[in-house]
Write a protein that binds this ligand. Structure first.
Ligand code: IPE
Ligand code: IPE
Ligand code: MG
Length: 257
């Protein structure tokens, strides 16, 4: 709620504090060039670097990237294997640069399904960068919005079973604390590249009041300029959080709170 009041009162010309991106279109990018889909993933990793640098340079606080959904295991096995190898290689090659750029890395998702090697790199990347104070970079890997809600519900159920929480205490605010990203500002801007207009089981709980932006650009082609265009579109929108536009224009606070 504090975030919402902040977003309302600070006017429209602000940078999103938290950007969440569905990086889609790698396969089509490659297919358009007569290349194997996996070349698109490789090129997509370069776009990740560009966008991370651009977000850090602009002062965005948090960037959450959808790297692998809980449904992406359904892809052909060779593609999944190449993606896993690419994650390991990218983490290994980028971690030093990210750390030097004061980026704090986090992973969300059910990481237990990954190879021990990959889990080890993920844990080491988090540990190494945990004290950094610049951009928080969240990688959603084997993540699903429904999984997130279910794991939060499981934790809440355990608290209730242990007598530490009463069923009547389970409000949106308490539930929120058990969902992924609860310690970060809620996503202000959702971007999906690749032309599809769907959420594909990305953040469900967290997107309640996020501004949605869809780009035709395929992810490997996405540049810092494209990010700026998306941020300008965000800045031109009036976020009302249920209020009327007149209330927002005169900076009314939330009477209901
Ligand atoms: C997104 O690009 C990357 C992952 C899902 C890992 P796609 O691989 O989905 O690319 P398209 O949508 O097939 O073009
Ligand atoms: C969403 O893209 C997942 C990621 C970008 C990691 P998909 O390509 O998997 O989504 P669908 O299958 O088109 O909905
Ligand atoms: Mg896709």
């Amino acid at each position: 709620m504090a975030d919402e009041v902040d977003a309302l009162s600070s006017g429209r010309d602000r940078l999103p504090r938290h950007v969440a991106i569905v990086m889609d279109g790698n396969g089509r990018w490659a297919q358009q060039r007569g290349l194997p889909r996996t070349m698109g993933h490789r090129e997509g990793a370069k776009a990740v670097r560009r966008v991370v640098e651009a977000c850090a340079a602009r002062g965005v606080e948090a960037l959450t990237l959808f790297a692998f959904s809980s449904e992406n295991w359904r892809r052909p096995r060779p593609e999944v294997e190449i993606l896993m190898n690419l994650f390991v290689r990218t983490l290994r090659s980028e971690i030093r640069r990210l750390d030097a750029a004061n980026v704090r890395m986090r992973f969300i998702g059910d990481s237990g399904a990954f190879s021990p090697t990959l889990q080890d790199y993920m844990a080491k990347a988090e540990q190494r960068t945990s004290g950094n104070t610049g951009l928080t970079l969240v990688i959603a890997a084997n993540y699903g919005g429904r999984w997130d809600v279910a794991q939060a519900a499981r934790q809440v159920a355990e608290e209730v079973a242990a007598g530490r929480l009463q069923p009547a205490d389970v409000t949106p605010e308490t539930f929120h604390r058990y969902t992924c990203l609860a310690d970060l500002p809620e996503p202000d801007l959702f971007i999906r590249t690749g032309g599809e207009q769907r959420i594909s089981n990305f953040l469900l709980w967290q997107l309640a009041y996020t501004e949605l932006y869809f780009s035709e650009r395929l992810w490997p082609d996405f540049t810092a300029d494209d990010l700026d265009v998306a941020c300008s579109a965000f800045a031109s929108r009036q976020r009302r959080f249920g209020q009327t536009s007149e209330q927002v224009a005169c900076g009314a606070q939330d009477d209901h709170a």
